[in-house]
Design a protein around this ligand. Structure first.
Ligand code: BGC
Length: 469
């Protein structure tokens, strides 16, 4: 990368004196960036409750309802597409600051929307912020994290994301009595403001600084987030890897990067086509299919599903640097496949119909728990680890586009699939796809635990098989 240093892009606010507690400072910077994950989860989850009242107030047709609901996904796709170049040019931190403002505008816009068009526009705007934050927050955290706890720190973003989903359900529930759907959207301003203000107090990514030629500022940042004896070695490693790269778009297509692209895009698609968002977006509907007739009970059960998602993500966070990414991923996909087959079976056997609701709840819990302990956090983590520094933002954005694109396709096709194929076959189809994803992970996904980002990059440059890492 050849851009000139600019005075506004120094090491960030606190670059001059070593920090008393380097690890504590890394945790603080992680927590602030992870508010991006929280907003991602909140903004995706909030619509499930809000749509019930919007539908009435704006007299939406089913098609318009679908457009209002899915506009956020379209926006995310656009955000993922533009975020890569911006992350490499502007820097991770500055882009996240812009994103916090966009989150705020999206929330206020939706809260004040006089009609459907403005509401869709506001949701597109919020979606753009989600699409950017979804990968730039893990990217930033991965680049500031010490190698031994990188998995844990990046997974904090997924913990925040899953918490954001639950918080949005609870806020929806709190405002449902007064039908105050505008407040449901408006509440996102609070974390957006905390995110934007907090980001002013954390440093730039030292890796991005080196890539832009600001080695002195990078050293100053490392002095704040590492112990004194680690700074020189890490700076040397980063400098060496930067000297080997061109940092151009064409590098993305180079044969040496091909296997990293296949791993990232493959995992991105696998994370969605195995069906997680049919459950996150439609849990109450699935439970109603299973005979749970009361809507409040179905909504409450979906809060339960959300809580399982948070708790098992917390477990993953504790395990990911100890047992590694691959074992969690493989166990996760296996658990998802089994629970999908059980769910399909429960829907297909009439003799189970009396206990169907319970089997459905149990399988959904096992399914979501399995996702949370592996595929959920591992995808975003591995995506942030496998690409070379000079084009990391752009390469991650390609994987993120694949993720949001697959998300949109699954969200739009799920209900139609249950009508065309029937419920059992729909869940079996996801189950079959999950087995394919397991094989993909088994044969292609490398173990990145304990390796520095520079070691991972050097491995991919040799052109050796990803699993030989
Ligand atoms: C996925 C989202 C999903 C969420 C659920 C994330 O890792 O990318 O699509 O809604 O996990 O926890």
């Amino acid at each position: 990368m050849t851009a000139k240093p600019s005075s506004s892009e120094k090491g960030g606010p606190s670059q001059n004196k070593p920090h008393a507690d380097p690890k504590g400072f890394v945790y603080l910077a992680t927590a602030i960036s992870a508010l991006g994950g929280l907003l991602f989860g909140y903004d995706v989850g909030v619509i499930s409750g809000a749509i019930l009242f919007i539908k009435q107030e704006f007299s939406l047709s089913p098609t318009m309802e679908e457009i209002v609901v899915s506009s956020v996904l379209l926006g995310s796709l656009a955000g993922a597409a533009i975020g890569g170049v911006l992350a490499d040019r502007l820097g991770r931190r500055k882009l996240l600051i812009v994103t916090a403002i966009v989150f705020g505008c999206g929330a206020i816009g939706a809260a004040l929307a006089p009609g459907t068009i403005t509401l869709v526009a506001a949701r597109l705007v919020a979606g753009m912020a989600i699409g950017i934050a979804s990968f730039v927050a893990p990217l930033y955290i991965s680049e500031i994290a010490p190698v031994a706890i990188r998995g844990k720190l990046v997974s904090i973003n997924q913990v925040a994301l899953t918490s954001g989903i639950v918080i949005s359900y609870l806020i929806d529930y709190a405002f449902a009595g007064s039908q105050a759907w505008r407040w449901m959207f408006a509440m996102a301003v609070v974390p957006a403001a905390a995110f934007g203000v907090g980001l002013l107090f954390i440093p730039n990514s030292p890796r991005w600084l080196v890539a832009r030629g600001h080695t002195d500022q990078a050293r100053a940042v490392l002095e704040k987030i590492r112990s004194p004896d680690e700074v020189k070695g890490e700076l040397g490693q980063i400098g060496q890897s930067v000297s080997q790269q061109k940092g151009t778009w064409s590098e993305l297509l180079s044969p040496l990067l091909r296997s990293a692209m296949i791993v990232g895009v493959g995992l991105a698609i696998a994370q969605q086509v195995t069906g997680i968002n049919t459950v996150i977006y439609y849990a109450p509907t699935i439970l109603k299919f299973a005979g749970m007739s009361s809507a409040p009970a179905a909504i409450l059960a979906s809060v339960g599903v959300g809580v399982v998602n948070v708790v098992l993500t917390l477990a993953a966070m504790q395990l990911i640097d100890r047992v590694g990414r691959r074992p969690l991923l493989l166990v996760s996909l296996a658990g998802m496949a089994v629970s999908l087959f059980v769910l399909g079976l429960a829907f297909s056997l009439p003799q189970f119909s009396s206990s169907l609701a319970w089997i459905a709840i149990a399988s959904l819990m096992v399914y979501v728990g399995s996702f949370a302990v592996g595929l959920g956090p591992v995808f975003w983590l591995v995506l942030s680890e496998i690409y070379p520094l000079g084009i990391r933002g752009r390469a991650m954005s390609v994987g993120t586009i694949a993720n949001w694109g697959a998300n949109l396709i699954v969200a739009l096709s799920f209900l139609t699939l249950t009508q065309v194929l029937g419920k059992p076959a729909t869940f079996w189809l996801y189950g079959g796809v999950t087995i394919a994803a397991w094989l993909f992970a088994f044969f292609l996904v490398p173990e990145t635990k304990g390796k520095t980002l520079e070691q991972i990059e050097a491995h991919f440059r040799t052109g050796k098989h990803p699993r030989a890492l």
